[in-house]
Ligand binder design. Sequence first.
Ligand code: SF4
Length: 160
Amino acid sequence: MSLPDLTSDCMNCAALCCVSLVLDKGKMFAIDKPAGKPCPNLGGHLCTIHESLENEGFKGCTLYDCAGAGQRVTQERFNGESWRDAPELLPAMMRDFANLRPLHERLTMLVAAEKYSLTPELEERRQQLIRKTSRIWSDSPTAKEAFDAFIRDLRTHAGS
Ligand code: SF4
């Protein structure tokens, strides 16, 4: 089964999390930052305080994982281009990243579901969902409904 990479790869990403996500000053982040503004700790596409995030007040960044959505949007939707060189790309990059990340989280859950010794029917649904979710770039009510139904049935199966 062909799966996108579900592990974040910052070297092949245009720092989409560090530019597109909102930071709220508090326990998790030392600063406020709106969506669409690059974090001041960003140097190019990499975090300049990566080794000391927690000490610098950015514990929230250590807890975040894009599940591979960042590099996939950068490479597959934008051919490796970046908002750094072409700022007009930023809104579309942010939109695609926001759309894809929940789908990659879903894929991560579907992959992990393999460990539950699934019935043939559940395993077939799991594989179908992985195939379909791997092909789409944004959610749809039908895709969400099918995933939610699978998780409900998986919970029943795991609890039985
Ligand atoms: S502190 Fe580093 S990891 Fe966190 S948003 Fe800023 S650049 Fe990104």
